[in-house]
Design a protein around this ligand. Sequence first.
Ligand SMILES: Nc1ncnc2c1ncn2[C@@H]1O[C@H](COP(=O)(O)OP(=O)(O)OP(=O)(O)O)[C@@H](O)[C@H]1O
Length: 342
Amino acid sequence: MALVSLANVTKSYPSPDRKGPPLVAVDDVSLDIEAGEVTGIIGYSGAGKSTLVRLVNALEPATSGSIRIDGREITGLAERELRDIRLGIGMIFQQFNLFDAKTVRANVAYPLKVAGWSKAAIAERVDELLDFVGLADKARSHPDQLSGGQKQRVGIARALATRPAILLADEATSALDPETTHEVLTLLKRVNEEHGVTMIVITHEMDVIQSIATRVAVMDGGRVIEHGPVFDVFSDPRHPSSQKFVGTVVKGIPSAAELAVLRERHEGRIVTFSFRDGDASQARVFVELAEAGLEFELVYGGINDVRGRAFGHLTLAIRGADAAVDAALATIGTHATVTEAS
Ligand SMILES: Nc1ncnc2c1ncn2[C@@H]1O[C@H](COP(=O)(O)OP(=O)(O)OP(=O)(O)O)[C@@H](O)[C@H]1O
């Protein structure tokens, strides 16, 4: 049984002027998330990612559909019961959302106080959490004395305080520099691997997906248009909207503007070849072009690594008689994806 199970979930808001049709932020989403998984939610701004996560967190009720957490239907529950559900779900945010007037220790202790833990139990748990996130020496500091990465580590300690089975992260590393992002992602990976916490991670950063997600869901216009293992969705997106989005975050796919520059700078036909690991197609492309007597040069490219598996895109300028190029591309097309710039 999935730990989080959404079936035909829709969330709409009244139109801003209250006269037009309602705004559908989440549109008929069905999604199962198994215990122990880290699911990345990606998509353009306004796709409905944050709304979806607020529904899972029971911060807002769905307009229709069913949401089950660990088998328990949460739609229609009374506020008191929802509070119980929320204790089992931690959340971290882009802007950390710490209490600036409280010390690090008091920030982490806060959810435990609300949950009615005893003073002694709180003290023990907070020590354990601060050790886990590597901030034992900052217990008496205030958030404004901490770096961004340290603030997020406090946010993670606070989110884990009540031992939730689920952690939701909304752009949790988007305000951090690359090195600090790496540090926080390493910590989140430990949260998942050492504590078995299931995570749902909203992000627009490829690094985040690559380093911690096991599966990814692509949202567009309130819908989940694609959901699957990270490698599959990123190396071979099926839906045109996910192809467009993935094209903006993976390495090696030239944008329209970059293609225009390539066309200006290089003679010949500009063709992108896409590869997935495990096949020898990358080397074969060069051999087949050479055997066809064509002249070519590598003008753009990049290889992506998803947990040890590689996929990539190489763009070549190919020169030769059109018929010879067509024949070579047809042959290569049997073992690699071939996209010619129009
Ligand atoms: N409380 C609300 N009232 C009215 N409309 C809302 C509300 N919350 C979200 N929306 C609308 O729902 C749509 C989806 O918003 P949401 O914030 O979920 O998207 P998102 O994918 O998280 O975007 P971003 O990446 O910019 O955060 C948007 O059109 C937004 O304006």
